[in-house]
Design a protein around this ligand. Structure first.
Ligand SMILES: Cc1ncc(COP(=O)(O)O)c(C=O)c1O
Length: 393
């Protein structure tokens, strides 16, 4: 048996393979430089163009680009009317920003456990958590696999509450043959470098609702409205609290350029996932991600679950052994209710969400990004086989 790198053996890779990485080409760089040479480098015409490009791609009527995915979530929660005394239901298996946006508005995030198969929020669990205080549901399209959006929309419609879909993992994904982006009251994207396309930092809210759209634009710019110009050309009014959540024109130039390659990026992610699935199919110690029939997943991340009952060690040892082989694995995510902050503020405790907790104990995220070569994929597979062979019971 091959000696593991963590025990002094030769690592599978001599250089580290990150778990995610942007892909910036010369055309991307040229488009940013062109904007930097103009007079307009903060919010200007490229912001409108980027919004139109993403909205058209996703089949949504309106889009508002902002400074991050977190800002987009915050803005959406605010215009949905979440405030003190309200609750919003979301999944524990997400990045903190999903739940935090509810808290920024004064509301309480109420978690609902996940489905064991898709790892997305479980509709039956949502139903158990509904209360007269529920103002919104925030499903997350975890790893790029759309949540059960039809069922969630139906619950929300009956209750007259808002669905804010955190699709930060799911740009380019499809649900029942339709692109993610117009299937919820508001859909959120992030353009962080590990996402499907990047603007450095950046985010967007998509909606078909003109009322939300108008309020999002005002919220992005300090709450400033210019409706009473008869009082003078300088005159503006602030009717509600807003923020500076603006994104710049040169960031949006990068976003527009990246959008031209989005389909290729998503296809390459799907190809990498398929190769992993095939390579790991024969390893009973690993549970590979599933893709529901009515869905095209965008594979922002590729999460594998370890059947630790078949291994001599737990997730921590496998994780460390893979890193020593040169594979920068990751974990998405520690369930939010287990973090000290949410325990302290909202009284959550271990045992509250058993499926999420069990998932977390077994999950490892493997590298996936469009620029990965076939040799990179092969090195991940080789490292995984080497480590699992060593620790197999
Ligand atoms: C599910 C989810 N929601 C929200 C965010 C926040 O996006 P950003 O980093 O652009 O603020 C992220 C990004 O990491 C995410 O993965």
């Amino acid at each position: 048996m091959e000696q593991l790198a963590i025990n002094g053996g030769k690592p599978v890779r001599s250089n580290l393979l990150p778990y995610g990485h942007q892909w910036i080409d010369n055309e991307d760089i040229a488009s940013v430089v062109r904007v930097l040479k103009t007079d307009w480098i903060t919010q200007g015409p490229k912001v409108d163009e980027f919004e139109r490009t993403v909205a058209e791609y996703c089949g949504a009527k309106y889009a508002v680009a902002v400074s991050s995915g977190t800002a987009a979530l915050h803005a959406a929660c605010s215009v949905a009317g979440i405030s003190s005394g309200h609750e919003a239901i979301t999944t524990p298996i997400t990045f903190a920003a999903t739940a935090n946006s509810v808290i920024y508005c004064g509301g309480k995030p109420v978690f609902a456990d996940i489905r064991q198969d898709t790892l997305n929020i479980d509709v039956k669990e949502i139903e158990k958590k509904l209360s007269p205080k529920t103002k919104a549901i925030l499903p997350v399209d975890f790893a790029g696999h759309p949540a059960d959006l039809d069922e969630i929309r139906a619950i929300a419609k009956k209750r007259k509450i808002v669905v804010i879909e955190d699709a930060c993992h799911a740009l380019g994904a499809e649900y029942n043959g339709r692109r993610i982006g117009s299937l919820s009251d508001m859909t959120i994207f992030s353009f962080h470098p590990v996402k499907h396309i990047t603007t450095g930092e950046g985010g967007m809210v998509l909606t078909n609702n003109k009322g939300f759209y108008d309020r999002l634009r005002v919220f992005r710019h300090h709450g400033i409205t210019k409706n009473n110009q008869d009082k003078g050309p300088w005159h503006y009014e602030i009717h509600n609290l807003g923020y500076n959540f603006r994104i710049t024109d040169f960031q949006c130039a990068l976003g527009i350029s990246q959008m031209k390659r989005l389909d290729r990026f998503v296809e390459r992610r799907r190809e990498i996932a398929a190769r992993y699935n095939q390579a790991f199919a024969g390893m009973k110690e690993l549970v590979t991600p599933i893709e529901a029939e009515d869905v095209k997943a965008a594979y922002h991340i590729y999460v594998i679950q370890l059947r630790t009952e078949l291994l001599k060690v737990g997730r921590k040892e496998i994780f460390e052994a893979l890193r020593a082989e040169g594979i920068v694995v990751n974990v998405h995510y520690m369930p939010l209710h287990l973090h000290p902050y949410y325990r302290r503020e909202f009284g959550y405790k271990r045992g509250d969400y058993p499926i999420s907790e069990r998932y977390y104990e077994r999950a490892i995220t493997l590298p996936i990004f469009p620029k990965m070569s076939n040799a990179d994929i092969h090195s991940v597979v080789r490292a995984m086989r080497k480590v699992v062979d060593f620790y197999r019971k």
